[in-house]
Design a protein around this ligand. Structure first.
Ligand code: FE2
Ligand code: FE2
Length: 366
């Protein structure tokens, strides 16, 4: 028996969860019950490496952060209900959002519901592997909107002072550039990347004049795309360094839902009304005007084929970027640059950077 246990331990890679003592007795018992050395596929199915756990924990942290921001959108602009509880809605903000598309409130609700499920599943899976779940509750310290309809609870994220990078818009329309080659991209809404703007009403004073609340709704519409395109890149970027096949399946199953969200928001942002906010001068250009360049044209939402891996290959329609090196810390930097964490404590940044660095250290072990 001891010999078999030793052989099982030996079959695990150096940095495996088994060696790290994180596997429960049930798993080892299951292997021994077969009265034979574990097959290679058993080993692959059963073990999580430290890197796998680090990747799952980082993704779980980001999903908790995503949930926090989507929850704020749902309370005021979505459909608070038994499925996604909290808040009572802000009719004028909802009207401005639904002025962009009739289904905006429904989509906000459903995106929020999905984010809850992502972090809840990831934490349950981590716990099933005797790995520590992620909990960011002690960092829920940021203020809520004072607008009627919002819950008055501590938040992880700030949606009232955002600087939004809208370069994903032109990045997905370019046929010659790719961020993985170091290329940079123009903004679809330059104003949003140059200042700090609310994406939810900060109080009921923000509900008028009409072009002010519409600009807040437009800001949200572009922020939705910014957030979800980030997830669309992050999952395939990190999947390249997963070792366990089941963990790979998790990343390959959640990641594309981020892309489904992104594609919807990409389409909806193109309907944002071309207006100027009279209170701060923030201007939304008309991206549907005749003669506009293809890098900006609103209805070109399918990923334009572009260079991939090597310029000698023909252009390919792809998610971009998908470079795996430093992908986790790049995601944290992008969210921070957005202003999403304005007001957060040093401890929050320390933990988030630690989780990202551990995920970035993960190496594929086969
Ligand atoms: Fe998510
Ligand atoms: Fe998402």
């Amino acid at each position: 028996m001891q010999q078999q246990a030793n052989a099982l331990a030996k079959s695990a890679s150096r940095r495996s969860i088994l060696r790290a003592g994180l596997v429960g007795p049930g798993l080892i018992g299951a292997g021994l019950l077969t009265n034979a050395l574990p097959s290679r596929s058993f080993a692959r199915d059963a073990e999580l490496t430290e890197g796998d756990i680090a990747i799952l924990r980082f993704l779980c942290a980001l999903e908790i952060i995503e949930t926090d921001l989507w929850q704020q959108y749902n309370e005021l602009g979505g459909i608070p209900d038994a499925e996604v509880p909290g808040g009572t809605g802000s009719p004028l903000y909802q009207a401005a959002l639904n002025n962009i598309d009739n289904d905006m409130s429904q989509y906000i609700h459903d995106n929020t519901d999905d984010e809850f499920s992502h972090f809840t599943f990831l934490n349950a899976y981590l716990e099933s592997k005797n790995a520590a779940p992620v909990n960011l509750d002690k960092f829920r310290t940021l203020p809520s909107s004072q607008a009627t309809g919002a819950q008055q609870i501590g938040r992880l994220t700030n949606l009232m002072l955002l600087t939004i990078d809208t370069s994903w818009w032109t990045r997905y329309r370019s046929s010659t550039l790719n961020p993985d080659f170091g290329d940079t991209f123009a903004q679809a809404v330059p104003g949003l990347n140059n200042g700090q703007f609310p994406a939810i009403p900060r109080s009921d004073a923000d509900l008028q004049p009409m072009n002010h609340i519409q600009a807040i709704a437009n800001t949200a519409a572009f922020h939705f795309g910014t957030i979800e395109q980030g997830g669309s890149s992050l999952y395939p970027s990190l999947a390249q360094r997963v070792s366990n096949v089941e963990v790979l399946r998790i990343l390959l199953s959640i990641g594309p839902t981020e892309t489904m969200h992104f594609q919807v928001w990409h389409d909806k942002a193109g309907n944002a009304k071309p207006i100027t906010d009279p209170t701060n001068g923030l201007t939304f250009p008309n991206l549907s005007v005749a003669g506009i360049s293809e890098d900006l044209q609103a209805n070109l939402i399918m990923p334009e084929p572009t260079i991939f891996l090597n310029r000698r290959f023909p252009p390919c329609s792809i998610i971009r970027p998908t470079e795996t090196k430093g992908a986790a810390i790049a995601a944290v930097r992008a969210l921070s640059a957005d202003g999403l964490f304005i007001g957060q404590s040093p401890g929050f940044f320390t933990l988030l950077h630690q989780l990202a660095n551990e995920a970035d250290e993960a190496r594929r072990e086969v």
